[in-house]
Design a protein around this ligand. Structure first.
Ligand code: NAP
Length: 462
């Protein structure tokens, strides 16, 4: 439950937190910012940017903070959603949009003894700012996108940092730099200067999708190139532990200009023995106990159970969680059968490994606005994705995902427990833009309040 806007950028305040997409690209196309301090702005600057956007577009008065949704139920007779908040308040609405995304619930793995540790133990997305690492022995569990940002910062102060790596990651150089005063002036004075830079960055990142096709020469070349880059920077005695043997792109390719470098420091240890337990005093790996004063769990998010723990109840009384127990089935990660007048932003299969999620969300909002005007034009009260169109979309999605590099790796958060890829989009963002630019009327049915449930299946689209 938050008391401000910002989402990820409000929750994640660990030292070194930032985005691995350049800020010119990780910002709204309709609210470009020519004042970024650096190419990859830090968390506080990104958070301020989103806060300013909220104020600029006078959105704050429309937002009700501290309002966790417990349950939302569709009422077919009224064609309305009834939304119950944890506070006991009940709200009715015609259209319901979920914007909780994929990465908002921190995941603490069920490691034996995790509650027995006597010192501070917290998740990277719930950073304890009262904790001072100076002179302490700190353990970091995980070496993902968050961990590689916070470890170099901890290593500047802590006496010892023990990094517990379960499996390696491909890590490439993040070409970060400060933006000079002149750059900011050019953005201010030259119309289009910011936009041109954004387009160049967009195209550069967009091309990376070509490297993520499975068993292709391009993916092999990308993997070989990444290996050479890592070898150049990582400590030679750690190459075997640090350099993955799986193709680049299977898990998110990480960008950093200080993680591999900090592994050269004498106060940073990379530990690849698997964790057996957490004890009162530290972390046990096999016969060895590593004594620690604090443990940071940088162990990712509950990414596969979408919208959980909210109970979203559809037209026939089934919950989204039940219907999607195997895997979610949607159209474009945006709409789903049985859930009329319901949209998701950054929903299933809309995550990216290569470009800015802001671009995807803008496509999704455009699609939602179109759907609303379509309802208006048709005098309809409700729409719903058809089963047939959803099945068609899902079949194509699944077959295309099989051709992507992340299908060849079992251990990423892109896949759920059944081994289905539930998080990633299967094509370029340009393709997503193209597919969301117009609502495919044959994929939905619309209805009015007068229509019975049976009549709902009669499309009234023009
Ligand atoms: P993550 O990438 O899922 O990393 C979690 C780490 O914890 C992995 O190294 C994982 O190991 C490890 N782990 C999980 N359970 C474990 C266990 N029981 N024992 C040992 N290790 C365990 O999580 P994240 O770093 O928070 O990042 C999540 C996502 O957030 C990213 O992929 C990215 O999309 C986003 N993010 C983005 C940025 C950015 O700059 N844009 C920054 C931070 C986060 P395995 O690899 O073996 O599973």
């Amino acid at each position: 439950m938050s008391d401000d806007v910002g989402g990820t950028w409000l929750d994640n305040t660990y030292p070194g937190c930032g985005c691995d997409i350049p800020s010119m690209l990780y910002s709204f196309s309709f609210a470009m910012n020519g004042n970024w301090s650096r190419k990859y702005a830090p968390q506080d600057e990104i958070l301020n940017y989103f806060r300013k956007c909220v104020d600029r577009f006078s959105l704050r008065d429309h937002i009700q903070f501290q309002s966790a949704v417990e349950k939302a139920q569709w009422h077919e007779e009224d064609k309305r959603w009834e939304v119950a908040l944890k506070t006991g308040e009940v709200i009715h609405c015609n259209i319901l949009i979920s914007a909780v995304g994929q990465l908002s619930r921190p995941r603490l793995p069920a490691i034996e003894g995790i509650d027995s540790f006597k010192g501070p133990l917290f998740h990277s997305a719930r950073w304890e700012h009262s904790f001072n690492p100076a002179g302490k022995r700190v353990g970091v569990v995980g070496n993902g996108a968050s961990a590689i940002q916070l470890i170099p910062e901890l290593a500047k102060q802590a006496e010892q940092v023990a990094v517990f790596q379960r499996s390696p990651n491909w890590i490439l150089h993040r070409h970060d730099h400060r933006y000079p005063w002149l750059w900011r002036q050019l953005n201010r004075l030259l119309p289009g200067f910011s936009r041109v830079q954004r387009w160049i960055m967009y195209l550069f990142f967009e091309l990376r999708i070509l490297c993520y096709n499975r068993r292709t020469a391009l993916n092999r070349a990308f993997t070989g190139w990444s290996r050479r880059r890592m070898k150049r920077v990582a400590p030679p005695d750690l190459h075997d532990q640090l350099i993955p043997t799986f193709p680049a792109g299977c898990k998110r390719v990480l960008l950093s200009n200080n993680y591999l470098q900090c592994l050269h420091q004498s106060n940073v240890d990379l530990i690849t023995d698997s964790i057996a337990a957490i004890t009162e005093r530290g972390i046990q790996t096999g016969a060895r106990e590593i004594p620690l004063d604090a443990i940071v769990m940088s162990t990712g998010f509950e990414a596969n159970r979408f919208l959980y723990p909210m109970e979203i109840i559809g037209r026939r009384g089934q919950t989204l969680d039940d219907l999607w127990s195997r895997r979610p089935k949607t159209i474009l990660g945006l709409i789903a059968p049985e859930f009329p007048n319901f949209f998701m932003l950054y929903g299933p299969n809309t995550n990216l490994g290569h470009n800015s999620i802001i671009f995807m969300v803008e496509c999704q909002v455009r699609y939602i606005l179109q759907m609303l005007s379509l309802l208006d034009r048709n005098g309809a009260d409700a729409f719903e994705a058809t089963e047939e169109a959803t099945d068609r979309f899902d079949t194509i999605l699944q077959s295309e995902l099989k051709r992507k590099v992340w299908s060849g790796y079992a251990g990423s958060w892109y896949k759920n427990a059944s081994g289905d890829i539930t998080n990633n989009w299967c094509r370029s963002t340009l393709a997503y833009f193209w597919q969301t630019r117009r609502v495919d009327k044959s994929a939905i049915r619309m209805s009015t309040r007068q229509c019975s449930t049976a009549a709902v299946s009669t499309p009234i689209a023009r």
